[in-house]
Write a protein that binds this ligand. Structure first.
Ligand code: S3P
Length: 439
């Protein structure tokens, strides 16, 4: 464990870029591994979660190399031609790697074992086990539907139409990826839209995928026995990583920061809407399209934030950004209420409980409910910070570490975090970048 203290600082100023989008990076490696021929990936996130996906795809037969120019080259094995892994697939901390790969392997006729760290081994896998079993895969998981688990894929698998019981892009993607190597048409009905990177990128790789309407809900259908063509993928900056710097610039006086090349896909950009609703000054500049995804440069200046009631409907488009939104709320004037956030309890940690404890330890007024937090902000006054000798417990959750690091920048005594090592799962240069722009 590596403890670290983040203290009140000067303003954040200058221009930065955050690393590549984690969701898009996982998909770029997986889909390239299914295409026959060489795909090129620029801007790949080189965080531990994505490296776990790269290692797994190598075990499944893809050739994956990083050039000295930072460009990744992938020689795909071809859909249906993946190899049985000789060892367990170690998914580390990464739920996305696990659930998407389970989907992919559900329609390949071999056995694979999935393992992960303590955080991942506590996360629910029944949400993917259920539809993938309907498609014919045999899955034996630990008692409460968690890792480690062993899966024998079905060949051929059976196409299904599956209505998502939880708003989850990972479950949606798992079923669609299983459908890629399944004869016929596999469909997912999505009552609430979740991030659509899988749909966009699969189309880019040449899969036949249709998006329609089913009784007012989104219907996504993938045609099986697909042949994917190699592509050049350009990965935009991760809005979930940008969010930490957006909130830091909003709450630290005199900040004026430009974050370049941030993915602005509507299914991901909810945090920008929520922070604007709270009075945050975030200007989108130079809106453009990069690699099939909308991208903008964001100029963020220090703002007098006001508490707000955050619409539960926004949740899927900012599901990973609530920890840092709670930090913004703790510095705002008045009360911020959130609800409809049960899913936060099954992320890398129980993010409602972990953030409630962390913020209280740093002196914020927080009430925890079953499905959200209510936070009474300071009105811009710095938080007290963690008491001498006390440390925020981050429970192997990168986003708790980074959120509380941001809180530390707006605190009198600083915020000490028990373990900043998990930050490397999604944002390896977070602390370094923070150091570069603080005046
Ligand atoms: C992700 C989907 C989300 C998100 C995760 C990445 C993805 O999870 O929390 O960090 O890349 O599909 P859920 O689908 O479980 O909500």
């Amino acid at each position: 464990m590596s403890a670290n203290t983040f203290t009140s600082s000067g303003p954040l100023r200058g221009h930065i870029r955050v690393p590549g989008d984690k969701s898009i990076s996982h998909r770029a490696l997986m889909f390239s591994s299914l295409a026959i021929g060489e795909s090129i990936i620029e801007g790949l996130l080189e965080g531990e979660d994505v490296l776990a996906t790269a290692a797994a795809m190598r075990q499944l037969g893809a050739e994956i190399e990083r050039g000295n120019d930072g460009i990744w080259r992938v020689h795909g094995a071809g859909l249906g031609s993946l190899l049985e892994p000789k060892q367990a697939l170690d998914m580390g901390n990464s739920g996305t790697s696990t659930r998407l790969l389970m989907g992919l392997l559900a329609s390949h006729g071999f056995t694979a074992t999935f393992t992960g760290d303590a955080s991942l081994s506590g996360r629910p896998m029944n949400r993917v086990i259920e539809p993938l079993s309907q498609m014919g895969a045999s899955i034996e998981a630990s008692a409460d539907g968690t890792l480690p688990l062993m899966m024998r894929g079905a060949l051929p698998a059976v196409p299904i139409t599956y209505r998502l019981p939880v708003a989850s892009a990972q479950v949606k993607s798992a079923v669609l990826l299983a459908g890629l190597n399944t004869p016929g048409i596999t469909s997912v009905i999505e009552p609430v839209a979740t991030r659509d990177h899988t749909e966009r990128m699969l189309k880019g790789f040449g899969a036949t995928l249709e998006i329609g309407d089913h009784d007012g809900e989104r219907l996504i259908s993938i045609h099986g026995d697909a042949v994917l063509e190699p592509q050049q993928v350009i990965v935009p900056g991760d809005p979930s990583s940008a969010a930490f710097f957006i909130v830091a610039a909003l709450i630290v006086p005199d900040s004026d920061l430009v974050i370049e090349n941030v993915g602005m896909n509507d299914t991901r950009a909810g945090i920008v809407h929520a922070l604007r609703q709270m009075g945050g000054n975030i200007e989108g500049m130079n809106l453009r399209e990069v690699g099939g995804e909308p991208v903008a440069d964001l100029r963020v200046t220090h703002s007098a934030l006001k508490g707000a009631e955050i619409e539960p409907a926004l949740a899927p488009s900012m599901i990973d950004e609530f920890p840092v939104l709670f930090v913004a709320a703790a510095l705002a004037e008045g009360t911020t209420k959130t609800s409809g956030l049960e899913e936060l309890r099954v992320k890398e940690s129980d993010r409602l409980a972990t953030m409630a404890s962390a913020l209280k330890l740093a002196g914020a007024k927080v009430e925890e409910h079953e499905d959200g937090l209510t936070i009474e902000g300071t009105g811009g006054e710095p938080l007290r910070g963690t008491p001498d000798g006390a440390q925020v417990q981050t429970l192997l959750d990168h986003r708790i570490s980074m959120s509380m690091a941001v809180a530390g920048l707006a605190s009198r005594n600083g915020v000490t975090i028990d373990d900043t090592a998990p930050i490397a799962t999604s944002f390896p240069n977070f602390t370094e970048l923070m150091g570069q722009i603080i005046e």
